[in-house]
Write a protein that binds this ligand. Structure first.
Ligand SMILES: Cc1cc2nc3c(=O)[nH]c(=O)nc-3n(C[C@H](O)[C@H](O)[C@H](O)COP(=O)(O)O)c2cc1C
Length: 647
């Protein structure tokens, strides 16, 4: 018997608009919606699925199914406060929610319309509780045009995307514009690639379009191997249709009928949500043959990366798609002209593609009005490190680093001083305090010796050693270098060795000059941008913090007291109250003393874990951390605590 299958295929732009209206009309904008990030690694790892399950249970128990919807979403940005629960339409915002908090949220907020004070976000500076998402400084100062829809969309439900105007840009491009007009609009928008280099997107599209050879390929780069960066993962997990829509529009402009989405192996949810999005887009006819009745055909395939940082580089990524080892090749000709199988191939980053529907919907002029002269639109950053509010933030280009770190990031925890911010991932550079008022812009960051990169932003405080920071990033690149070219492979090994020696107190005269020479050779002669940029962290830390290098080498002193080999701990006998706290917490039993007896640290046993320093009550502050100084001799055995010292 023949099955009666109702096709979901949308044959024309008019029918898409009808469908959108139908979906919207079935949804009551005033109905309470509990939005929970269960479709992202950040939410899941903090227990959001248990919170969501408890909501379903309690809502059912209270018979509120008709009054309350639950929206399972991707990442909403404020990852460190997950599980986050937002109750729309008001936008009541709860942080660090546990399953046992759910009954109270239902009885107080959902039934009585009042916030649960203890679950609200407290401003790290003023301590003031902020009830609504729109009140919270972390969000208030952002401009979330690309990332903001994550909180309204269940990424596995294409109707959610369509309800918000999804695929309208594709419909417009296919029905009202020629490929040349689409290309022109993207060129005029000033969109530059968000994957690192900041290359003008429209120019790259045009190159591929004009390059001889068929077929032409379009590719999404979701490799994202930078430590600390997860913007692309969160977009692919939370709003895969926005990337897919951008890709199909790009394919139409370029004249491509085949595409690839390259998702790194370690991104299982991004992979699953992408597969699901492709399946649904095919069902609705946004992919496949005769898209929206336009006569344009386009197919896409997902390729899983093998988890190497270098595989994100364009030639390496294309080799991997061809089934070869993901290693870079010499770029005599741009991949836009000769990429996959020697055919013209346009590779763009996830965020770049996700900007495209916005440009087509709202126009180049609108896009152009956001940002700076040379950098248009917004940029998503993963703001991490020593900053109060960590998470994903989207800001207009031109916002200063200071606004990002202080107004959005809430400043530095524990009242510490800001020292530097590393932008651009492992091959970016550190930017010190004197440049905090620099506007975030591709060219401004490059002028400072750093770069925009894909959007990693690591904030460092006064306790961070700049030599050790350079050593960390250089070591990362050293591990990740494919080893194919000597300047990168050997240069990074040599840099790592010198920097490690300096951090261990074995630095020698001439090390700084050696770093500069090796960096120059790597910049001049490496095969790909991994090698040409990998010395940036060393060069920028040298540029802005040369005195720290000199202190390590000449005085065997780490000014930040972070390098273990150059740091020692002792207990000030004048301040020690013999409270036994450090004594009990020392993992190697290196602390001696007793009740009423001044404590002291046996240097040979001390592993410099900082525990004694951390646990010593601030009212005593007896544990001293020193570098470049001799440790005073311990007190005579049995020395008593000075009388009158309170416990
Ligand atoms: C070592 C290395 C790793 C890279 N990793 C990525 C990546 O993970 N994602 C990305 O979009 N671009 C990455 N790039 C940049 C790509 O080579 C390419 O320039 C980019 O995907 C182009 O897209 P865009 O023009 O939209 O920025 C990397 C480059 C290098 C040298």
């Amino acid at each position: 018997m023949k099955e009666n299958v109702v096709s979901k295929r949308i044959p024309s732009p008019e029918r898409l608009e009808q469908l959108r209206k139908r979906i919207v009309s079935k949804r009551d904008p005033n109905k309470l919606t509990v939005s929970i990030c269960t479709m992202s690694v950040c939410g899941q790892s903090r227990g959001s699925r248990d919170v969501c399950a408890r909501f379903r249970e309690e809502i059912s128990r209270a018979g509120l199914e008709d009054k309350v919807d639950i929206k399972e979403t991707g990442c909403q940005g404020f990852c460190e406060r997950e599980p986050v629960v937002i109750i729309f339409p008001e936008g009541i915002y709860y942080v660090n929610v546990k399953p046992d908090d759910v009954p109270e949220i239902i009885s107080t907020t959902i039934i009585k319309g009042r916030p649960v004070e203890r679950l609200l976000y407290a401003d790290p500076v003023t301590g003031e509780k902020q009830a609504r998402e729109s009140d919270i400084s972390f969000y208030r100062n952002q401009m979330r045009i690309v990332f903001g829809n994550n909180r309204y969309i269940n990424p596995t439900d294409i109707d959610d995307y369509i309800a918000l105007g999804g695929y309208a840009a594709l419909s417009k491009a296919l029905s009202q514009m020629t490929p040349e007009q689409v290309l022109d609009e993207v060129k005029k928008s000033g969109l530059r690639g968000r994957g690192g280099g900041g290359f003008p997107t429209g120019v790259k599209w045009e190159t591929t379009r004009n390059a001889p050879g068929e077929p032409k390929y379009v590719i999404v780069n979701c490799d994202e191997g930078d430590p600390g960066a997860y913007m692309d993962r969160s977009l692919m997990e939370g709003n895969p249709h926005s990337v897919l829509e951008g890709l199909v529009i790009g394919a139409f402009a370029i004249g491509s009928h085949e595409g690839f989405i390259y998702v790194r192996q370690e991104y299982p949810i991004a992979y699953e949500n992408t597969i699901q999005a492709i399946r649904q887009a095919k069902e609705y006819g946004f992919l496949g043959e005769d898209i929206l009745g336009s006569g344009f055909d386009f197919e896409v395939e997902v390729h899983r990366g093998a988890g190497a940082f270098v595989s994100g580089e364009s030639t390496a990524l294309m080799s991997a798609i061809e089934g070869r080892v993901g290693e870079p090749k010499m770029k005599y000709i741009h991949t836009a002209v000769s990429g996959i199988k020697g055919r013209p191939s346009c590779l763009n980053n996830v965020e770049t593609w996700a900007n495209v529907p916005l440009i087509i919907n709202k126009g180049a002029k609108w896009f152009n009005s956001i940002g700076t002269e040379g950098s248009k639109g917004t940029k998503i950053f993963s703001l991490v490190g020593k900053v109060n509010n960590t998470g994903l933030v989207e800001v207009p280009m031109g916002m200063t680093l200071r606004q990002l770190v202080y107004d959005i990031g809430g400043g530095i925890p524990k009242g510490k001083k800001f020292k530097a911010v590393q932008t651009g991932g492992p091959s970016g550079g550190v930017i010190p305090e004197q440049h905090l008022d620099t506007p975030i812009d591709f060219d401004e960051l490059t002028k400072l010796g750093s770069m925009m990169g894909s959007g990693g932003m690591v904030v460092m405080d006064e306790d961070t050693c700049m030599v050790d920071t350079a050593r960390y990033f250089v070591s990362f690149c050293c591990e990740e270098s494919c080893g194919k070219c000597i300047p990168c492979r050997e240069g990074l090994r040599m840099l790592r060795e010198i920097l490690t020696d300096i951090c261990q107190g074995k630095g020698r005269q001439g090390d700084i000059e050696a770093i500069e020479d090796i960096a120059k050779a790597m910049q001049d002669a490496s095969l790909c941008a991994l090698g040409t940029t990998a010395a940036n962290p060393a060069l920028t830390t040298l540029k802005y913090f040369r005195d720290e290098y000199e202190a390590h080498i000449k005085e065997k002193r780490c000014p930040a007291k972070a390098c273990k080999a150059l740091t020692s701990y002792y207990i000030d006998p004048e301040k020690c109250a013999a409270c036994m706290i450090c004594f009990r917490n020392c993992p190697t039993e290196a602390i001696h003393g007793g009740k009423g007896i001044v404590h002291w640290i046996e240097q040979e046993k001390c592993i410099k874990c900082n525990t004694c320093f951390d646990v010593c009550p601030p009212r005593f502050s007896a544990v001293r951390k020193i570098s470049g100084e001799r440790v005073p001799p311990p007190p005579a055995p049995g020395t008593k605590v000075i009388s009158g010292k309170g416990r």
